[in-house]
Design a protein around this ligand. Sequence first.
Ligand SMILES: *Cc1c(COP(=O)(O)O)cnc(C)c1O
Length: 365
Amino acid sequence: MSGGDKLDFEIRPNPRPVAAAERAALMANPGFGRVFTDHMVTIRYAETKGWYDARVEARAPIPMDPASAVLHYAQEIFEGLKAYSAADGSVTMFRPDANAARFAESARRMAMPELPEAAFLDSLRHLVQIDREWLPTSDEGSLYLRPFMFANEVFLGVRPSNEYLYMVIASPVGSYFARGVQPVNVWVSPTYTRAAPGGTGEAKFGGNYAASLVAQAEAIEHGCDQVVFLDAVQRRYVDELGGMNIFFVYDDGTLVTPPLGGTILRGITRDALITLVRQSGGTVQERPVAFDEWRADAASGRLREVFACGTAAVITPIGQVRYPDGEFPIADGNPGEVTTRLRQTLVDLQRARTEDRNNWIHRID
Ligand SMILES: *Cc1c(COP(=O)(O)O)cnc(C)c1O
């Protein structure tokens, strides 16, 4: 089955799904990424065959040879998106085609084969359909979908693998941060950077996260929830958080976010916010923000709000900023009006409670 964009999925329902009562207990307070559904998707790739053997089957451990390339050279990419229980009883996904496109871009950067968009979208649809009972119906709940792909060839030579395994798993989730929508404190790392020009910062690549963990640990040591990375060249401009993009809201209503350009992950939430704000007549500037400028504008009061955004946590207000020489609050440290309003706009849109002018909502029957 090489060349074609459409793959036929073999559906093998789990013969021993989790019982309804146990599922309800697991879903009562699922947290983030701890509870998983009954099924998974697997699609294989071989240089000689292309994409083949697409399946939906019982979620289970995957056998791996100790010489599988990913275990040595980390050729792995992923995506993250959610299925929502919509107001009208249907199931929605928000811009999954954008995730498909970004997955293909990440694959190119990591010298991996591109999964056709149709196969990516079908893989999500099949998994959500078969595991529909795992979709939370609460207001903050959703089914987090995690497509990923890794080098699966048994070979220790250093070159792109000839074999890959693409998978999707699903996890019912509540709110990303344990405390719900509360402002977070961020640590501006003086030690670590996330992405250099020419590097892998724009790919949704597992290694970027591996490299960010020690910085995140440094943030926690300093009493913060999340790390903010500065640019790797001048250590001056704000790039983003470990897994979220960042926006600044000024007193004249203008929003500012650092520009894409290779070192920042091309967030779909970021793009949606820019589009929505501009469509409603607001101003968004994509321009570099120096850390000094951030501190000065927070002190003068010109900067009113700062928030982080991404699929997992939607929009998270930033209340306090810490760095080696001190700290400063953003306004009074509470969630700002613009932050709160944009969060609601996005949540309403994702759950099909408001008009979708941009055709971003995909429904799953
Ligand atoms: C996934 C991710 C984001 C957010 O992207 P969304 O498409 O909005 O979920 C931001 N930064 C990094 C580093 C990411 O990996």
